[in-house]
Write a protein that binds this ligand. Structure first.
Ligand code: MN
Length: 235
């Protein structure tokens, strides 16, 4: 049978992230995000500094490419930017030891965990899930991936977000509470990780509202850049 003939509708397109300097792309299976992984962001959100970081997810098709436009999402009056180092996996497994975790990494990029903060907090306050605040359409802009073969495995380096040319978020990868191998290892205790999985590794302080017309420019030293524009709401 022809590949698509067994589907009752056309299969949805494969979500993907560009690979820097090539015409190839990285196919995305799942997007996981780490909550509260930089101490200054935990302080600005008024959360417990001693609680371990935790995970939530976004749909794979929330990816927005470098140079893209994010339609201002529905229902919110307080969308925030959270610049994050993105890790893309070329392999996975369950209960991956910290010492083996870097072997699973294809490469790195810079991304934004866009958040409908008002809706996230409303859900949190009534102990409901975070999806409506975190997992909305176009909520995961991600710049081109650089293979770890080129970048190595970064453990320090500036992570910055500018809005309309002004620095809003500035931190260093060395401020992560859980480093990348620890994050991969811990997540692999909760779910089986596989090639195509992507992890957004938490944000430094300085999260703030972003509105239609804003140009967001992000950079992780040694990894790359990402520029996106916030546009008017989708019609
Ligand atoms: Mn985040």
């Amino acid at each position: 049978m022809a590949d698509n003939a067994r589907y009752v509708i056309a299969p949805p397109p494969q979500a993907e992230i560009a690979v820097a300097g090539t015409d190839k792309t990285f196919p995305v299976r799942r997007i996981w995000c780490v909550g509260r992984n930089y101490i200054e962001h935990i302080r600005e959100m008024g959360q417990d500094e001693r609680a371990p970081p935790f995970f939530f997810a976004k749909p794979a098709d929330a990816i927005v490419p470098d140079g893209g436009t994010v339609p201002y999402p529905s229902l919110t009056k307080d969308m925030h930017h959270e610049v994050e180092l993105v890790v893309a996996l070329k392999s996975g497994g369950r209960n991956i030891p910290v010492s083996k975790a870097n072997d699973c990494i294809y490469g790195y990029a810079v991304g934004i965990d866009l958040t409908r903060r008002d809706l996230q907090i409303a859900s949190r306050d009534v102990k409901r899930p975070w999806e409506i605040g975190k997992a909305f359409d176009h909520s995961a802009p991600c710049g081109p991936l650089k293979p770890a073969a080129e970048t190595g495995h970064p453990t320090k380096g500036k992570i910055v977000l500018k809005a309309n040319g002004k620095v809003r978020q500035e931190g260093d990868l060395n401020q992560m509470i859980w480093n990348i191998p620890e994050t991969i290892s811990k997540l692999s205790e909760m779910v089986e990780l596989r090639a195509g999985d992507v992890i957004m590794t938490g944000t430094p302080s300085g999260v703030a509202a972003t509105v239609a017309g804003d140009k967001l420019e992000c950079e992780v030293e040694g990894v790359g850049k990402l520029t996106v524009t916030i546009g008017p709401p989708a019609k």
